[in-house]
Ligand binder design. Structure first.
Ligand SMILES: *[C@@H]1O[C@H](CO)[C@@H](O)[C@H](O)[C@H]1NC(C)=O
Ligand SMILES: *[C@@H]1O[C@H](CO)[C@@H](O)[C@H](O)[C@H]1NC(C)=O
Length: 322
């Protein structure tokens, strides 16, 4: 998510030619508890049942940037994040993040939405020789694609050093995009970002910034609950064969190994160091623009607001191998 406006110009050809995998995950028709994970201990869990609500485990990210940091959250997204219930709330133990269109006095359209990150102190690393799983149950808005142009829900992680360095240092700090989707497409992306990026095209560095490395999965039914997760596997005890795998509804999809990143320092940030979790729905920006023909600027006048373009999250958890 922490990308520049020009980020996604070459994303689709890149991904389809290198790591893309195509699959048809089984839809889960209704909310379900996390599947049993034999051999793993659950080390953190959120199911939105706390008396003090969202802030029990999460901090709100507000406005249009981290304080004093890169504008539009570094991605060109256009919304302002708020902590108002019209943008983010818990209802029946489900988190709703809802983009809203606002017309100002001059008739100009602006957008608001919601973004949260796990509180300081809540960040996790996969232990040497073990596996770690991070998973959430998520339902994406089911409005028609024409009504979701520019809508960009995401479940992702950033290296905790990003916070200790005052929200600077992307992409070196490492980013794991567990689930991203744009423009109402029945497709979700799973990518990593790392290494170096100086704002220039062509892409470069161990993670091919600004595109990142990873893949996508097609045929994700919208308006249905799915589980999206990643597994970090350090059981090989050799960084080059360690692996990050994207898992949807228990089905393993694409993965990326240390040797595919081919940079021990960059891999250390991605697979060894502590990361925190983020949940948000952005509006506009490099990724949704980049998948439109001619990189048209989203959102469009046809883009609607409300729950049918929002994201619902039933639970989020972190599991460590015993
Ligand atoms: C929402 O944000 C405002 C402005 O930063 C703050 O004063 C208020 O306490 C926040 N409310 C919650 C529930 O976090
Ligand atoms: C390897 O990654 C590190 C840390 O992200 C970065 O500083 C360095 O420039 C990278 N090396 C190469 C050859 O890309």
């Amino acid at each position: 998510m922490t990308r520049t406006i020009s980020s996604y110009i070459s994303l689709l050809p890149l991904l389809s030619s290198i790591f893309a995998t195509v699959g048809t995950p089984t839809p889960i028709a209704r909310r379900a508890e996390p599947a049993a994970k034999p051999g793993f201990n659950r080390v953190w869990y959120e199911d939105w049942g706390h008396i003090n609500g969202i802030t029990h485990n999460w901090a709100f990210d507000l406005g249009t940037s981290y304080p004093g940091q890169v504008a539009q959250w570094g991605t060109g997204e256009i919304q302002t994040y708020t902590n108002k219930t019209e943008n983010i709330k818990i209802l029946n133990k489900v988190l709703y993040i809802t983009p809203k269109k606002v017309k100002d006095a001059k008739g100009q359209i602006t957008w608001t939405s919601g973004r949260i990150e796990s509180r300081r102190g809540s960040q996790w690393a996969c232990a040497d020789g073990k596996k770690m799983l991070v998973e959430a149950s998520i339902k994406l808005g089911s409005a028609a694609e024409a009504q979701q142009k520019g809508i960009w829900p995401a479940f992702w992680m950033l290296g905790d050093v990003f916070r200790s360095r005052g929200y600077t240092g992307w992409p070196e700090v490492g980013e794991l995009d567990i689930m991203e989707s744009v423009n109402g497409i029945r497709q979700t992306w799973g990518l990593v970002h790392c290494g170096v990026y100086d704002g220039q095209i062509p892409i470069r560095g161990p993670c091919n910034e600004p595109d990142g490395k990873g893949g996508y999965v097609r045929g994700i039914g919208r308006g249905l609950w799915h589980t999206y997760g990643i597994e970090i596997d350090r059981t090989t005890k050799d960084w080059e064969t360690e692996k990050i795998t994207w898992i949807i509804n228990g089905v393993r999809h694409h993965s990326i190994t240390g040797s595919q990143i081919n940079n021990a320092t960059a891999w250390d940030f991605l697979a060894h160091k502590k990361m925190f979790i983020l949940l948000n729905v952005a509006v506009g920006g490099g990724f949704p623009d980049g998948v439109e023909p001619g990189s048209a600027l989203t959102p469009f006048s046809t883009t609607i607001d409300g729950d049918s373009v929002g994201m619902q999250v039933d639970w989020v958890g972190v599991w460590q191998q015993a």
